[in-house]
Structures are given as structure tokens and as C-alpha cells.
Design a protein around this ligand. Structure first.
Ligand code: PA5
Length: 417
């Protein structure tokens, strides 16, 4: 089970106690669906979009794809690809059907590279888009659909999947052309879709155990409902974020010594930036890939302007092992002889926490192991905590008005009517 600790928690105890009732009230609102965002909370009750029946349909489609294709192209951007990519790149099967990401760029070279990657490969494509107006997936889908048509001729529709909202234009096109359609829940915003068709189908193609992932999320939900408020990890995290924000800490860095979180970091940045950054408020989310980036941004974290607090994300039980070999050359690294890199990495983590907590507020989030079950726990935990954090800050967690304004200008420049 996920565990959270706050370094020097006693310093913040009075503030924590004063915010606990309000935060707990927001949490109860979320689980009882008693506040105004009922049209965006479809992710809270996992059975709504990740029932056994839906999971079985996903698994059977994924099985078909794994049998028929060397590559699966996930066409989607932001909330339509970040969750799946974070799990696939971390624990997905690298020996089976290869997952290729598209529809997340407007750069011609990247588009050409994707097409090149598909040469001589059998493939399926899945266009994932909620409103199907977004430029990257919309244009990417056209390019790849044409490639699919050129490659497979009359049979091409069998290899095209779409994930969109029911009765949207994407749905109509799918019916017309005979594409296999999966629904993108209307009551779930992109960044909250990890445990829906949006995240789960690509993960299943990469042979991720999506039933275990949903179980992890369900058990996290139960624990967040049952924990006493002062021990509830989502309340501890969201309340402390707001306390640190009140102390002028305007940035949160999520750091890890486990490189397998590097794509999860992208998901986390989107979740908090898009949910919280509005109305002139919000904590700017950044991430730290350690130990590498200790040698670049570490200096700022330690001695720069005190505007940051840090949350470490770590896995406790790791099976990986690689020992430092002995050597006859005296390179002054003999003190590492026979030591395991996992132990050295762990020491680096502990030393960094000790050093960083002297100059900024620090929290630690730990999970037992890195597998589908714990990814489910992390997704659900951060989604709930983000909701409570936004409510404490007084912003709507579910809209993104700022994103719309650049899109409008871009559409005007491109001559969209
Ligand atoms: O979380 C969100 O709502 C956004 O980040 C969207 O996921 C992103 O803009 C992609 O939108 P769409 O699914 O409409 O292509």
C-alpha cells in the first residue's frame, strides 16, 4: 500500500489540523458526488468505466492485436496518451507488439519517422480523442489512416480502432467506415482517463495486467474512504501542498531515483498543471530524474531561490541487481567493491532527502513495488489528491480554459471555419 511521510511534519501540524476538516469535507463530496462537478467524476466509481465486462472486451481486442500486429500506433495527445505511455514505457512487454506514439506532434520529421518505423511492419492504429478537434491527433489520424489504407487496401478498416465520445464526429466516421469503436467517457476529462478504455486498451496491448491495475485503484479508493482523516494519504498530500504554497513555495518537484517513472512524470505534470493552474493560482509542477539531474538542477534545489518544495516518489522492493565489479586498477572506487547498485542508489536517495530537507519542505511517497497494481494505486491516489488540492485552492479541477484560447488563435491562423 502507498505510504506518505512529511519531513519535519511537526512544524506544519497546527496548519494541517486547521485545514483537515475542510479537506475531509471535499473528499466526502468527491465520493458522494454531492458537489457541482458530477459531469466530470465518472472516474471516481471504477465500475462505471472499468467493469469486468469492459475489461474483458479490452483484453480480447488487445489479444487480437498482439496476434496480428508487430506494431500498435497510439494516436493521441495529453490526457489521451500520457497515462498509457507512463505504464507501457515502465512495465510494458518490450518483446511483443511494439507501441508507437503518434498524433502528439506537428513536426513533419517526427511524422515521417513514425511512418518509417511502420515500414515492413504489420500494424493497427487507435485514434484516441475526446472532442476530435485537437490538431495533433486529428491530423495524425488522417496521415496514418491513409497509410493503413495504402497498406491493407479494402481490408484496412479492420486495423483501425477509434476511441471517442458516443455520437461525436469520430463515432459517426467509425460507423460509416467500419472502424472498431471504443467509448471515451463523456464524464471523464482526458487527464483522468487512466482507468478507462483510453488508458487501458493500449496498456493491454503491451501485455500489462489491466485487471491488477484496476484492482490497485479500487483498493486505493477503499483505503482513502476508510482511513481516519489525519492518516489519509490523499489528505496529507493535498493539505501539505497547500500549506507549502501558502509559505510561498510556488513549485513542486516530483523526484525519483527510479528512471521507470520518467513517463509517469509527464502524466503527473499534466494532471496538476491543467487541473490547478488557473484563476492566477496553482503550484507549477516540475520533475527531477535522479540521480542524473542532481548534477544539473540539484544546485538550484539546494541553494536557489526558496520557491520549491519536493516530493520523492520511490519503490521500496526492487528485484533488480547489479554489483560493482572489483578491479586491479586503483581508481579510488574500491569502497564500492561488491556493492549492489540498488543499494548505492538507495543511499543516494536517502542522502538527498537528508540534504534537501534542510532547505525546503520535503515529502516522501513510497510504494511497495513497481507493477500494474501499484500504478493503479498511484493514478487513483494522485487524481483524488489533485481534486482535494484544487478545492482547497478554490479552483475548478476539471476545466482548462487557458488551453482553449491558444487553440482558438491557431484555428483562426489555419483558416478553420
Ligand atoms: O486533460 C485534458 O482534457 C486534455 O489534456 C486533453 O486530454 C487533450 O487536450 C487532448 O484532447 P482530445 O482528447 O480532445 O484530443
Amino acid at each position: 500500500m502507498l505510504k506518505i511521510t512529511v519531513e519535519n511534519a511537526i512544524q506544519y501540524k497546527d496548519k494541517f489540523d486547521s485545514l483537515l476538516d475542510e479537506a475531509n469535507h471535499h473528499l466526502a463530496d468527491l465520493f458522494q458526488s454531492t458537489d457541482s462537478y458530477t459531469d466530470s467524476k465518472g472516474w471516481v466509481n471504477l465500475n462505471e468505466h472499468a467493469s469486468q465486462e469492459k475489461l474483458d472486451r479490452i483484453i480480447s481486442k488487445a489479444q487480437e492485436i498482439r496476434e496480428q500486429a508487430d506494431a500498435f500506433v497510439l494516436i493521441g495527445v495529453g490526457g489521451s496518451n500520457n497515462a498509457a505511455r507512463s505504464v507501457i514505457e515502465s512495465i510494458g512487454d518490450k518483446s511483443g507488439t511494439q507501441i508507437i506514439y503518434a498524433g502528439d506532434t506537428l513536426h513533419p520529421q517526427k511524422i515521417q519517422e513514425t511512418i518509417n518505423k511502420l515500414e515492413d511492419k504489420s500494424f493497427y492504429i487507435d485514434c484516441i480523442a475526446k472532442n476530435f478537434e485537437t490538431l495533433e491527433p486529428g491530423s495524425g489520424f488522417r496521415v496514418l489512416r491513409k497509410l493503413c489504407e495504402r497498406t491493407y487496401g479494402d481490408e484496412y478498416a479492420r486495423r483501425v480502432i477509434t476511441t471517442g465520445t458516443v455520437d461525436s464526429l469520430l463515432h459517426k466516421i467509425s460507423r460509416q467506415e467500419g472502424f472498431d469503436f471504443f467509448d471515451f467517457p463523456l464524464n471523464v476529462g482526458g487527464r483522468f482517463t487512466a482507468m478507462t478504455n483510453v488508458g487501458l486498451l493500449p496498456m493491454a496491448v503491451a501485455n500489462v495486467d489491466i485487471k491488477a491495475l484496476v484492482k490497485g485503484a479500487e483498493e486505493m479508493k477503499r483505503s482513502l474512504i476508510e482511513s481516519p482523516p489525519s492518516e489519509n494519504p490523499a489528505l496529507i498530500y493535498s493539505i501539505h501542498r497547500n500549506i507549502f504554497y501558502g509559505l510561498n513555495r510556488k513549485l513542486e518537484i516530483l523526484s525519483s531515483f527510479d528512471y521507470r517513472f520518467n513517463f509517469f512524470f509527464k502524466w503527473w505534470r499534466q494532471l496538476f498543471a491543467e487541473s490547478e493552474g488557473k484563476d492566477g493560482k496553482g503550484i507549477f509542477p516540475v520533475t527531477g530524474e535522479f540521480s542524473e539531474e542532481l548534477h544539473s538542477i540539484g544546485q538550484f534545489l539546494q541553494d536557489g531561490e526558496p520557491i520549491i518544495f519536493e516530493t520523492f516518489l520511490e519503490v521500496i522492493n526492487k528485484n533488480e541487481s547489479y554489483k560493482v565489479p572489483k578491479d586491479h586498477i586503483h581508481d579510488q572506487f574500491d569502497y564500492l567493491d561488491g556493492k549492489d547498485f540498488s543499494e548505492i542508489n538507495r543511499m543516494a536517495y536517502e542522502a538527498t532527502v537528508e540534504a534537501h530537507k534542510l532547505s525546503m519542505p520535503v515529502m516522501n511517497i513510497q510504494i511497495d513495488s513497481l507493477d500494474a497494481y501499484h500504478f493503479g494505486q498511484l493514478f487513483y491516489f494522485f487524481q483524488v489528491a489533485c481534486y482535494v488540492s484544487c478545492k482547497l485552492m478554490g479552483v475548478n479541477p476539471f476545466n482548462q480554459p487557458g488551453v482553449e484560447s491558444y487553440k482558438k488563435e491557431m484555428f483562426r491562423k489555419l483558416g478553420k471555419l
